[in-house]
Design a protein around this ligand. Structure first.
Ligand SMILES: Nc1ncnc2c1ncn2[C@@H]1O[C@H](COP(=O)(O)OP(=O)(O)O)[C@@H](O)[C@H]1O
Ligand SMILES: C=C(OP(=O)(O)O)C(=O)O
Ligand SMILES: [Ca+2]
Ligand SMILES: [Mn+2]
Length: 664
């Protein structure tokens, strides 16, 4: 072998070659009539740019499939409206420019659609030229509008630190300093259109803010977003009930946030996107950019501000994506009851016989895990509406906890963690990018957000008939609540209003004492009206449709946290199966002390001795003391509701008060 002088190796043998003056051999090209493998015609381009342009076919982001038989709805490329494509795009960008407009300057920012990295010629403005020129007005903000998961992956990986593709194809991301919601930093504007309807004061999640302060924060977010070279805009829907669909626009600074909402909201078809028009609600997510602590009402550098009159939400100083999803849920908790529709913090699935079950519960109690069931169609894992027509999912995706996730115990969720899924704050092996779901180094609240159709037995559209069973999930770390009990109508209301769960205090070594959490309607952080309003609606709907309610403890058995163990998921699933198939309704029941709960003596597949919690405890005195202690916590929590009426029926209120634990 020899070198040609340029460091390139030249093979010093001769094959059909002729010697040329510089000593290098020239290989003869084959005659045309000889056998040639290269039968495909040459590409029709004149340069490499054109070749690369060919690689990318014009289309829009994937939509949420509308039915189960055809999950991949063909993407029509013919615009339905009479507007030219150019005119339509212009209107779209004018709408985005209006959303991003500063309220203190003359007109909206100059927005231009597309990735700044791909532009070669100067962009054309979509807003009229103005006289009061400022630097911010001269600058273009590039709008990455409803990008597809692939495009969002590329943006995240190129520009956002901490973004990686895992071994199964998911996008691993970091949410920064905040790895959970910040309920103490949530503010709701007190304004004349909604203030009389909303729940204010003790126990309420709605901490007030005035209209002007909202505008200060809005301006801060808008200025921050416009100062960026590019922003992500998602135009999507909430609610599978077509009559009560809400159009939402989410403006964010990160591809991770855009992909998260792409997965979590309902994805429009190209036709729906064309007709999108003005959104009903807009989120300005400034993410890592903090609020100004000198601003009135601010108690930290994080602020999540909801303005029902302006139909806007501003997020400053947190990148936790769940804040957007749950912010929209708060909005629905205001809008839907106004239309006589009950909004529910619950999972929902449906059996082959068309029997629908709701799974209420606070964070981590099992809504997502238990509504994802191979034998039943998934309607949704977290947010639903119950109208006169039945139930509908609000969202287009699921948001599962992944701590200790195993393929064995939760195969459907495991398999959903693939290309397109956002994995938040998980830890992975650095070379193969295999996720270690047991690793809590970043947080215990690791999450996966995936489109709902990633669960194979999804029900599309995500709607169903009136529920037959209502399951109240409680993760009782005290270990005294029975694994399952059947509730009376008034007990259902008592436990729904109480919204009890007790999780272990944290991951700190040696923390033994569980802390009780009472969260009205199993979602006090998201409700907008007084809890009794939702409770009255639930009571009425359950009675009207003859639904049965159950209290299921997915928490501890055989002792409190530290002594006992977590209820086996396999056992909880057996219990849930017995609820679904109707067999539990036929069972024999015994009443428990203090809480007076009806507990079945047998459940197929569950050891009978675990059904009565006192049997599972070795220290009976400790069991009794713990049970009394929990009863006392329930009573104390309920005191504030003693003065409220549930619905028009004063009898019901009395019955609810009597349905709680009795300590004698
Ligand atoms: N017996 C059980 N029932 C339900 N979930 C359980 C049980 N034991 C352990 N788990 C775990 O608890 C977590 C429940 O979380 P998830 O279903 O996401 O809650 P939610 O959707 O209500 O916030 C999951 O990580 C699940 O694996
Ligand atoms: C995203 C959340 O939902 P959940 O834990 O109920 O699944 C949350 O409460 O932050
Ligand atoms: Ca969940
Ligand atoms: Mn939830």
């Amino acid at each position: 072998m020899a070198s040609n002088g340029n460091g390139i190796e030249v093979h010093d043998f001769e094959f059909m070659s002729t010697q040329v003056p510089n000593g290098l051999s020239k290989i003869n090209t084959k005659p045309a009539e000889m056998c040639n493998d290269d039968t495909a015609p040459a590409v029709k381009v004149t340069n490499v740019e054109e070749l690369h342009a060919l690689q990318r076919k014009k289309a829009s982001a994937p939509t949420t499939p509308r039915n189960a038989t055809n999950p991949s709805t063909p993407r029509s490329m013919t615009p339905r409206s009479l507007l030219s494509e150019e005119e339509r795009q212009k209107q779209q960008m004018q709408s985005v420019s209006a959303s991003l407009a500063s309220l203190t300057r003359e007109s909206g920012p100059q927005v231009v659609k597309g990735d700044p990295a791909r532009k070669r010629s100067p962009p054309k403005s979509v807003v009229a030229p103005r006289l009061d020129i400022s630097d911010s007005a001269l600058k273009f903000t590039h709008v990455l509008y409803n990008l597809s998961p692939s495009e969002l992956y590329e943006q995240a990986i190129k520009f956002e630190k901490g973004s990686f593709i895992t071994s199964t194809g998911a996008l691993a991301t970091l949410s920064g300093a905040k790895t959970g919601r910040s309920p103490k930093d949530k503010r709701v504007v007190k304004e004349e259109t909604s203030q009389d309807d909303l729940w204010w004061g003790k126990g309420s999640p709605n901490i007030e803010m005035d209209e002007e302060t909202f505008l200060v924060n809005r301006e801060r977010a808008v200025d921050y977003l416009n100062s960026l070279e590019k922003v992500f805009v998602n135009d999507q829907f909430l609610n599978w009930d077509p009559e009560n669909r809400i159009k939402v626009r989410i403006i964010s600074a990160r591809a991770y946030h855009s992909l998260f909402m792409h997965n979590m909201c309902i994805r429009p078809t190209p036709e729906e996107l064309e007709d999108f028009g003005t959104p009903d609600f807009t989120i300005y997510n400034a993410g890592q950019f903090p609020c100004n602590r000198y601003t009135h009402y601010m108690s930290s550098s994080t602020s999540i501000d909801l303005n029902l009159k302006r139909k806007e939400m501003v997020i400053l100083g947190t990148q936790y994506a769940g804040e957007m999803k749950k912010g929209l849920f708060s909005l629905m908790h205001y809008l839907m009851p106004k239309r006589g529709i009950l909004s529910l913090h619950s999972g929902c699935n449906m059996g082959k016989a068309g029997d629908v079950a709701l799974f209420f519960g606070l964070s981590g109690t099992g809504k997502t895990t238990l509504s994802t069931d191979p034998n039943r169609q998934l309607i949704g894992d977290d947010e639903h509406c119950w109208s006169n027509n039945g139930v509908s999912n609000i969202e287009g995706g699921c948001y599962a906890k992944c701590i200790d996730l195993s393929q064995d115990k939760e195969p459907e969720i495991w398999n959903a963690i693939k290309f397109g899924t956002v994995l938040e704050n998980v830890v992975f092996e650095e070379h193969y990018r295999e996720v270690d779901y047991t690793d809590k180094s970043v947080t215990e609240n690791t999450r996966a957000a995936y489109p709902i159709e990633y669960i194979p037995n999804v029900r599309l559209p995500c709607v169903g008939p009136h529920p037959k069973n209502v399951i109240l999930l409680s993760c009782d770390a005290f270990g005294v609540l029975p694994p399952v009990s059947k509730l009376t109508h008034s007990q259902t209301m008592y436990h729904f209003i109480s919204g009890y769960t007790a999780l272990v205090a944290g991951t700190v070594e040696g923390v033994k004492e569980p802390t009780a959490t009472f969260s009205a309607c199993f979602g006090a952080a998201f409700i907008m009206l007084h809890p009794t309003k939702y409770a009255a609606m639930l009571a009425e709907k359950m009675q009207q449709h003859g639904a049965t309610a159950w209290l299921v403890n997915t928490g501890w058995t055989g002792g409190s946290y530290g002594v006992g163990t977590r209820m086996k998921l396999a056992h909880t699933r057996k219990i849930i199966n017995a609820i679904h198939d109707g067999s539990l309704l036929e069972a024999e029941y015994v009443q428990t002390p203090i809480f007076n709960l009806a507990v079945p003596t047998e459940v197929n597949g569950v050891p009978s001795e675990t059904l009565q919690p006192q049997n599972a405890w070795s220290d009976k005195k400790q069991y009794n003391d713990t049970l009394k202690k929990l009863g006392g916590l329930f009573q104390k929590n309920f005191e504030v509701y003693a003065d409220y009426k549930v619905g028009g029926d004063s009898n019901l209120t009395e019955k609810i008060l009597a349905a709680g634990p009795r300590l004698e």
